[in-house]
Design a protein around this ligand. Structure first.
Ligand SMILES: Cc1cc2nc3c(=O)[nH]c(=O)nc-3n(C[C@H](O)[C@H](O)[C@H](O)COP(=O)(O)OP(=O)(O)OC[C@H]3O[C@@H](n4cnc5c(N)ncnc54)[C@H](O)[C@@H]3O)c2cc1C
Length: 454
């Protein structure tokens, strides 16, 4: 089913200033691979710096995770700051917080300057719990230490009592595809062109070969395995969303921190209710109809709808996934020490609105040879095994298991050959190791795989 954003905005057409056929086999200052929020914003900033930029997109503009987001623009990324202070220290954690706060202001700046009608609203963001207040108090304290105005509260506008909540003031929400549409119209974008390989200055696509001084992989999950080894440094997690009509509107944005916590925000006349997160390739954890079949992600959300908003009607539902780096910090910068002209933006951990803006500014500065204060925090060259070493080992074990299971019998992923799992909620075959997805007929839905399966 289409997301609410796609229903509202429809298809975003690329600018017709350069005919698609004439772009092939040309040279560019920068080729950006992927026309999601990260790719579009990166191209936008590079163009502003006078670069000749081409965005190459396998499908259509914003047809990846960006069209299925909930589009909260916030520096509140779950229980983040107390953890970051412990793992990377106060100075670096402060830079993470600053970069995200700045990203909110930069959205506001672009929207104002270009007069984009994308329902951008300043609202507060809350983390809440039905079970505990300690973590939340600690998080509020940590965020304040890092310069974010946060407070612990016990009252919210949600239709249930909470043990506590942390409020970050002056965050934002918007309609993401209206924003993308307004920005994309100025850019050169080549749709329906799959990049199959990037090497030195070459961008090899299924329609021909392009060259560029610099190349940015904004493909959500990097399309190259080595060097970089991103498949060892993150896994993918899927979540589900219902859009409801007829609910009493809420003013602010909410995220539950308990197991199976829910997400809420208002989108015009609709309430978005999200949750049921699970690792991609491991179906949501409740058994339904038979012993073997897992699923029930949407059923769980529908039960929550009935419990808290019984008077409402579901008008849309959708799901998406994102890359979860083990140390809780996205990878933005040079792809590897051995690829001087190749850049990457990945590991957005379901906070890709602010992170796309950070990535765009940071990559633009790196490519233009300018200093950027946030380079070190997000550097992909940081240690492979840092704070998340336990997760690293867990992921490596999942990959080995995925490769060795069901050697002759099961459907296998075209990325690295892992055994796929059926997800009854999305009617897809999903990879538990790296998160690629395929429809019932084996057609590729989500990367890092680049080809269909039989
Ligand atoms: C349920 C859910 C809710 C979320 N809500 C929020 C939220 O409220 N706030 C927030 O900040 N973040 C949120 N996120 C995260 C956010 O939506 C994503 O991080 C963000 O949209 C990712 O943008 P992207 O440009 O990196 O990826 P995408 O939008 O996936 O774009 C990547 C593009 O690259 C293209 N591509 C891939 N491989 C190739 C190739 N080989 N050749 C050419 N093109 C290629 C794809 O087709 C795709 O269009 C949420 C995530 C989920 C799962």
């Amino acid at each position: 089913m289409e997301s609410l954003w796609r229903k509202q905005t429809g298809k975003i057409k690329p600018s017709e200033s350069i005919p698609q056929s004439s772009i092939r086999e040309s040279h560019w200052d920068v080729v950006v691979v992927g026309a999601g929020m990260a790719g579009i914003l990166t191209a936008y900033h590079l163009k502003k710096q006078g670069k000749r930029v081409l965005v190459v997109e396998a499908n259509t503009i914003a047809s990846g995770q960006t069209e299925r987001t909930t589009a909260k623009i916030t520096s509140q990324h779950g229980l983040k700051y107390a953890r970051l202070i412990k793992t990377i220290g106060e100075q670096m954690a402060k830079l993470y917080a600053q970069a995200n706060e700045l990203a909110i202001a930069q959205y506001a700046g672009i929207i104002k300057e270009k007069k984009i009608d994308c329902r951008f609203e300043r609202v507060d963001a809350y983390l809440y719990s039905l079970e505990t207040e300690e973590n939340l108090k600690e998080e509020a304290k940590a965020a304040n230490r890092l310069g974010i105005h946060a407070e612990f509260v016990t009252e919210t506008e949600l239709p249930f009592d909470v043990k506590g909540a942390v409020r970050f003031q002056n965050q934002a929400q918007f309609s993401p595809l209206e924003f993308v549409k307004a920005v994309a119209v100025e850019l050169n974008i080549l749709e329906h062109t799959m990049v199959t390989e990037v090497k030195d200055h070459w961008v090899i696509t299924d329609k021909g070969i392009l060259t560029a001084d610099d190349i940015v992989l904004a493909t959500h999950y990097p399309m190259r395995n080595v060097p970089g080894f991103y498949f060892l440094r993150q896994h993918q997690e899927r979540s589900y969303v219902l859009a409801l009509s007829g609910a009493e509107p809420i003013k602010n944005m909410y995220l539950g921190i308990d197991e199976d916590g829910l997400s809420f925000r208002q989108a015009g006349e609709y309430l978005l209710l999200g949750g049921s997160s699970h690792r991609t390739g491991r179906a949501y954890g409740r058994k339904i109809s038979s012993k073997k079949e897992c699923g029930g992600a949407y059923e769980h959300l529908r039960e929550m709808k009935q419990l808290y908003f019984p008077e409402t009607k579901e008008v849309a539902h959708w799901s998406a996934q994102d890359c979860m780096p083990h140390d809780g910090i996205p990878f933005i910068g040079r792809f590897s020490a051995y690829t001087p002209h190749l850049y990457v933006a990945t590991g957005f951990q379901k906070w890709g609105m602010t992170t796309s803006m950070i990535a765009a500014r940071l990559l633009c500065d790196e490519i233009c040879g300018k200093e950027n204060p946030y380079q070190e925090v997000f550097s992909p060259q940081r240690l492979l095994v840092r704070a998340g070493s336990k997760d690293f080992l867990k992921d490596a074990a999942v990959s080995v298991a995925g490769l060795t299971k069901g050697i002759f019998t099961k459907k296998r992923c075209s990325h690295m050959g892992c055994v796929l799992k059926w997800n009854p909620d999305t009617h897809s075959f999903d990879c538990p190791c790296h998160g690629s997805r395929f429809d019932e007929d084996g057609k590729l839905l989500d990367n890092p795989a680049k080809t269909d399966i039989s």
